[in-house]
Write a protein that binds this ligand. Structure first.
Ligand code: ADP
Ligand code: MG
Length: 279
């Protein structure tokens, strides 16, 4: 029986908004952002499913999921048409479920190449009526077929950027990939925003990176900046989002502010999408 069936109201279905958290660089804060943004959105009253699309499964373990005992995972959803609602696991956060990843996903690239409709596996699984308002996808650190699947399935992309010297390097590649997806597969895809992570106020470099990124992306950069905060890195080892582990820590507060900003921007993006549809 599904872990979620007691809690989810399957009469309460709608097409969820789908947001991918992507950057092909590793260690920039994708998973930390996915987990804490998803938690903050659920705390604000949204029903959220976090899709762990990284074979490393840090989002799953960070939410307290023990991956060893799982019967099905994101892999089975992508490859075997496993049911998303059946596969989703509850977490200790009310209104937040996770579609856990498994190590099988590490072979996904090679396996996907030979699959029919290989770019559309995720959109076909996710863009259907669901008992969720939001699906947040934690992408792997590459611009692989899995990430392509995520971008094609998404309404918008959130790009975490670590405040370090090479922050902007590789970003043009990501932007080009997003543009290619817009042109060929998903003309509704938006860059939701760029979120600066691991910001260190005492380090002048952090401020320089912030200035550069704001000069380049303007309004697209969220006002909320995520500080470097050890509580954010400790929380996953307790199987908890930082927002639950220590609600008052600066990192948790920053993610709550980010979630508010994301929802505010959502109103504009949803309005824009509806207008486009009506034309
Ligand atoms: N704002 C932050 N302050 C301190 N540590 C952070 C912060 N954001 C992420 N980390 C830590 O940095 C590492 C990489 O972050 P992670 O979110 O896993 O990146 P990614 O998913 O992009 O690889 C992890 O150990 C994480 O706990
Ligand atoms: Mg990660």
């Amino acid at each position: 029986m599904s872990q979620t069936s007691d809690r989810l109201d399957t009469n309460d279905m709608r097409i969820p908004r789908i947001l991918s958290v992507a950057n092909q660089k590793g260690g920039v804060g994708k998973t930390t952002t996915s987990v804490n943004l998803a938690t903050a959105l659920s705390a604000i009253g949204q029903k959220v499913l976090l899709v762990d699309l990284d074979p490393q499964g840090n989002a799953s373990t960070g939410l307290g999921i023990r991956r060893a005992g799982l019967r099905s995972s994101t892999y089975d959803v992508v490859f075997d048409d496993a049911d998303v609602i059946e596969t989703a696991q509850t977490t200790r956060v009310p209104n937040l479920d996770v579609l856990p990843s498994s190590i099988h996903l590490s072979g996904a690239e090679v396996e996907l190449v030979n699959l029919e409709r290989r770019e559309f596996r995720l959109i076909e699984a996710l863009r259907v009526p669901m008992p969720y308002d939001y699906i947040i996808i934690d992408c792997p650190p590459s611009l692989s077929l899995l990430t392509l699947n995520a971008l094609i399935a998404s309404d918008a992309v959130i790009v975490p950027l670590q405040c370090e010297f090479y922050a902007l390097e590789g970003l043009s590649h990501l932007v080009k990939t997003i543009e290619r997806v817009q042109k060929n597969f998903n003309d509704g895809l938006e860059i939701h925003g760029v979120v600066l992570t691991m910001f260190d106020r005492r380090n002048r470099l952090s401020s320089q990176v912030e200035d550069d990124v704001r000069a380049h992306f303007g309004e697209r950069v969220y006002q909320s900046v995520i500080p470097r905060n050890v509580r954010l890195s400790e929380a996953p080892s307790h199987g908890l989002p930082a927002i639950i582990y220590d609600m008052q820590c600066p990192g948790a507060r920053a993610y709550i502010a980010l979630a508010r900003e994301v929802l505010k921007r959502e109103k504009e993006l949803i309005g824009k999408a509806q207008l486009k549809e009506s034309l």
